[in-house]
Write a new protein. Structure first.
Length: 315
């Protein structure tokens, strides 16, 4: 049973009527195809019209959909012989940030990303995708390993932000994020970053300072969550929709601002409705981005990456 979002209630009602008709006809000789067809067509049109005019806040809800594919789904669909590598060699292994070696369409690559989890147990295990200092230090270690063996790096970003707990701050959260961002910029191998769902704050940028930044059509990318922004500006999270509009957090806004390089189209109704299609679409975009960087020297990659980010915000 699909999980419908608040703004999808009219679609949910139509789909409920269609499902009820199908259940009624089960096991009988009644042909209800003629009754279902117009209802299904109406539902499809409504879905298409709704997703063609999503507001930034509605896109935020889609980006957070519990059934949206996560890091592990993309790895399963795109990476062969994935071998996870754990630990920061200093404190612990962070389950919110996962990384390892594998083959992407014939290329050896290092893949690093946030994993949110799919249910209560796995979300707790992966800390809802909120990385701790040891997670970012693990990412640094794996990026250095990839640099040493001349392997392209692919990062899959999906986090509401780095873990804000006291213990994380005590272990140097800000420094770990800054060092991870620095390592991204200093890599002498291609770095392709993709925003899968949420790209929140420095916790996202620490893995997303790439040569090319891809973004799923209904993902969001921002310095703070809409609720956090609204709480600061208006002292209430009820203004989250206004904050989302003002912050320009959608892929379409960010492409226009030059923050990202390419928007990856999602299946009609969002990646959660056809995860397999979404995974393959991102795979095609990553492959194209890697091909664009074939033959570029290490110094050329570093210079292009730095120039790209230094140019942001200039008028």
């Amino acid at each position: 049973m699909a999980t419908f979002l608040d703004f999808e209630k009219p679609i949910a009602e139509l789909q409920s009527r269609i499902d009820e008709l199908r259940r009624t006809a089960e096991g009988g000789d009644v042909d209800i195809a003629a009754e279902i067809a117009p209802l299904q067509a109406k539902s499809d049109r409504l879905l298409q019209d709704t997703y063609a005019a999503l507001t930034p806040w509605q896109k935020t809800q889609v980006a957070r959909h519990p059934e949206r594919p996560h890091f592990r789904h993309y790895v399963a669909g795109l990476i062969d012989d994935f071998m996870p590598l754990g630990g920061d060699r200093a404190f612990a292994d962070d389950n919110a940030i996962i990384g390892g070696l594998g083959r992407f369409r014939g290329r050896r690559v290092m893949v690093i990303g946030h994993e949110k989890g799919d249910d209560t147990a796995t979300r707790l295990k992966h800390n809802f995708g909120m990385g701790k200092p040891e997670g970012y230090r693990k990412a640094i270690r794996l990026m250095r390993l990839a640099d040493k063996f001349r392997l392209p790096v692919v990062t899959l970003v999906d986090t509401s932000g780095a873990f804000p707990g006291v213990q994380a701050e005590e272990r140097g959260q800000a420094e770990a994020i800054a060092r991870s961002t620095e390592q991204c910029l200093n890599l002498g191998v291609p770095l392709i970053s993709a925003i899968l769902g949420e790209g929140g704050s420095g916790g996202a940028v620490a893995l997303a300072a790439g040569n090319q930044v891809l973004m799923m059509e209904h993902a969001v990318y921002s310095v703070i969550s809409p609720e956090g922004c609204a709480s600061i500006l208006w002292r209430t999270a009820d203004k989250a929709a206004d904050a989302a509009e003002a912050m320009k957090i959608t892929a379409q806004h960010l492409k226009g601002l030059g923050v990202i390089d390419h928007i990856v189209s999602e299946p009609l109704g969002g990646a959660h409705r056809a995860p397999g299609e979404a995974v393959m679409a991102l795979g095609d975009a990553i492959e194209a981005a890697l091909e664009d960087l074939d033959g570029v020297s290490p110094e050329g990659l570093r210079q292009a990456r730095r120039a790209k980010f230094l140019a942001m915000g200039r008028v």
